[in-house]
Design a protein around this ligand. Structure first.
Ligand SMILES: C[S@@+](CC[C@H](N)C(=O)[O-])C[C@H]1O[C@@H](n2cnc3c(N)ncnc32)[C@H](O)[C@@H]1O
Length: 231
């Protein structure tokens, strides 16, 4: 490990807005689960979560823009999270936090209805592992357990296959697609989806790749059960 990374990991331990629960700790519910408003943010403002946030451009950018909301970025990689944590410190933001963990633990981190909105920013497309894709039915089930019924999920990706896979999963599960474009920067949209660019997004844009974007809400109706043989 490089010396710089080691220094960043040491500094990560000092940020009050970075949580790094151990795998063992997440066998149980995280101690802030259902308590983020009262015990951490100390307000009742909506909570927005960014999944696979990397350096946290959305978490930090939106927190600065919307002081009346709270933001939490989640990623596995401590070195990337350091950047987001540092920006929160430098900008003296009180409405942003980060969690270093796998997004697979969402239900351990947040309670029912605790989350108002989700941003999924340039997730790994996981070509060989459908279940690991952040728009698979497996993950939709997790989002249902933490997101309010009208909570919007935003997805930005450079990967067209992943984009079309996501559209198909939304169609199959009867979620509500609100907007989608295969070419965000020629879609006429001017809002948070275009005003903030992530580290990876800038790389793809330099390579002249198109950025895909969609937003949708979840179908909260439980799937119909098959009738039992006796009914
Ligand atoms: C392509 S990068 C995008 C990072 C950032 N959103 C951006 O656009 O610059 C994907 C990110 O997802 C994170 N990631 C991948 N699988 C994850 C998982 N299971 N849980 C949490 N983070 C994950 C990686 O560490 C990485 O930072």
């Amino acid at each position: 490990m490089s010396k710089k990374k080691l220094i960043h990991f040491q500094e990560n331990l000092t940020f009050p807005h970075l949580f790094q629960p151990s795998y063992t700790a997440l066998q149980e519910y995280f101690n802030l689960r259902s308590e983020w408003h009262d015990e951490f943010f100390r307000n009742k403002n909506p909570i927005v979560v960014e999944l696979g946030c990397g350096k946290g451009e959305y978490t930090v950018g939106l927190a600065a823009k919307y002081p009346e909301k709270n933001f939490i970025g989640i990623d596995l990689k401590g070195a990337r999270l350091w950047r987001g944590c540092k920006s929160v410190e430098e900008q003296k933001l009180k409405n942003a936090a980060f969690i270093r963990t796998r997004v697979d633990h969402l239900e351990k981190l947040f309670g029912y209805d605790e989350i108002d909105e989700i941003w999924i920013t340039f997730p790994d497309p996981q070509p060989g592992k459908a279940r690991k894709r952040l728009t698979s039915p497996f993950f939709f089930d997790k989002y249902r357990k933490i997101l309010k019924n009208d909570g919007i999920i935003h997805l930005k990706t450079d990967n067209q296959n992943f984009f079309f896979y996501s559209l198909e999963m939304i169609r199959q599960e009867k979620h509500n697609l609100l907007f989608s474009t295969e070419d965000l920067y020629h879609s006429g949209l001017h809002e948070d989806a275009t005003s903030i660019q992530t580290y990876y997004e800038k790389i793809w844009l330099e390579e002249e790749k198109k950025i895909c974007y969609m937003r949708f809400t979840l179908n909260f109706m439980p799937p119909l059960q098959s009738p039992s043989p006796s009914s």
